[in-house]
Design a protein around this ligand. Structure first.
Ligand SMILES: Cc1cc2nc3c(=O)[nH]c(=O)nc-3n(C[C@H](O)[C@H](O)[C@H](O)COP(=O)(O)OP(=O)(O)OC[C@H]3O[C@@H](n4cnc5c(N)ncnc54)[C@H](O)[C@@H]3O)c2cc1C
Length: 388
């Protein structure tokens, strides 16, 4: 049986306090300015890396802290709860899991210690394509072996932090879909150095929020054959393996957002006086905030359950998916309660509410949309027929 703590250990509290301390040096003005310029939070990510937080999940033998997924989640949650945006760096925590679980010892020794010190960044993960979307097995980017190299051709869309990373993890088809038994076969994962990539065009996309996201075009891009992670053709399974970690960590981003919105809403509703009394006196104002708080608390329990199972090496697909769903919904509920109680000020940039509102919304859509999480629960947890 896996046991789950209610509340945090002293070590976990200290971890959060350390991250919060760094967060205080990067206040709303810092994130607001970056948001306006659509610029990457270089200074923040560099400080977080120097302090070792982005190497939390890398085992100690490779230079990391060797902490569990829950601790990784607490780091991300604390960043967002302090008003920052962990999306700038969260992917490193889950991408490196694929290298750790399926990479060769040589690949692990070559990359993980340098990722741990910050000498190398692994922040980009290329899966989504314009013509396949959520239907990953239909992706059309190909990587064909020629001697000691793979030649990559195709397109990716919405790939984040490509211009801010050194290394990238890429999913591409190595065997045409009509030559494999199952459509999930014939896909492979590569880890390669973007700085040496010839034949790759990166077109940044301006999105609703500051997310450093680009469209990629591969035109006979050559990568060394040793970029392959694990066995050729087994890449889909490797990516699926990393999904639970991704869901738990992204749920943590949302929990932090939810906490920030609730705190901000409470503070504002207590001090804003209209009709001769604080607006928070009105149940019409306080109930949505109270409801959002309860949703965040409940989602946190599911995130903690998923984290406890993950760290114990137990199956946790259902819990990780449910945590991602519940946390994204809770954050969105809190975002709406917060913008509503702020009236017109919720839309004014200097309050940060509108920025966080935009940032929180993405987790209902990415890295997986809520409909597909519900389809997973319906099929794999409840035993209903597959819907797609
Ligand atoms: C800010 C941002 C950053 C991103 N970063 C990355 C990244 O770094 N790497 C990467 O690989 N991808 C990234 N993505 C892509 C993201 O993972 C996809 O956008 C997401 O998985 C949905 O794919 P899609 O946009 O093609 O939507 P589609 O697959 O076209 O789906 C559109 C909508 O249709 C509905 N839908 C589709 N299929 C079904 C179904 N079977 N049942 C019910 N409803 C369905 C859903 O509501 C869905 O939202 C990012 C996206 C965003 C917005």
């Amino acid at each position: 049986m896996v046991s789950m703590n209610v509340g945090l250990t002293d070590e976990q509290r200290a971890l959060k306090a350390g991250v919060a301390e760094i967060g205080k040096r990067y206040p709303g003005e810092y994130w607001r300015q970056l948001d306006q310029e659509r610029a990457y939070p270089e200074a923040f990510v560099a400080e977080l890396t120097r302090a070792g937080y982005l190497a939390a999940l890398i085992p100690q033998e490779y230079g990391g802290a060797g902490l569990g997924i829950l601790e990784g989640g607490l780091i991300l949650e604390t960043i967002n709860a302090g008003g920052g945006n962990a999306a700038a760096c969260h992917a490193q925590m889950y991408i490196m899991g694929t290298v750790l679980r399926h990479g060769s010892e040589a690949q692990k020794r070559r990359y993980l210690p340098k990722i741990a010190t910050g000498e190398l960044r692994l922040q980009a993960f290329g899966v989504t394509e314009p013509n396949s979307g959520s239907d990953t097995t239909k992706l059309q980017t190909t990587a064909l072996r020629q001697g000691d190299r793979y030649i990559v051709n195709g397109q990716k869309i919405f790939i984040s932090r490509v211009l801010q990373t050194d290394l990238m993890l890429l999913l591409a088809r190595t065997t045409p879909v009509d030559q494999v038994k199952r459509k999930t076969d014939g896909l492979s994962v590569f880890l390669f150095d973007l700085r040496q990539a010839q034949g790759l065009e990166v077109r940044p996309l301006r999105l609703m929020m500051n997310h450093s996201t680009s469209a990629l075009f591969f035109d006979n891009m050559e990568i060394p054959a040793e970029s392959l992670i694990g066995e050729e053709g087994r890449g889909f399974a490797y990516i699926l393996d990393g999904m639970n970690a991704e869901r738990i960590l992204v749920a943590s981003d949302s929990l932090g957002d939810g906490r920030w919105f609730v705190e901000k809403a409470v503070a504002y509703s207590n001090q804003r006086v209209v009709f001769g009394r604080p607006i928070g006196t009105n149940q019409g104002v306080q109930f949505p905030i109270a409801k959002a708080h309860m949703a965040v608390e409940a989602a946190e329990l599911m995130r903690n359950k998923a984290g406890a199972l993950f760290d114990a090496g137990q199956p946790c697909g259902a819990e990780a998916n449910m945590a991602k769903y519940l946390a994204a919904e809770a954050a969105w509920e809190a975002a709406n309660a917060c913008i509503d109680c702020h009236g017109g000020y919720g839309f004014a940039e200097e309050y940060d509410v509108e920025r966080k509102f935009r940032e929180a919304r993405v987790y209902k859509t990415a890295p997986i949309n809520q409909n597909l999480v519900m389809a997973y629960v319906a099929e794999h947890v409840l035993g209903l027929p597959r819907s797609y």
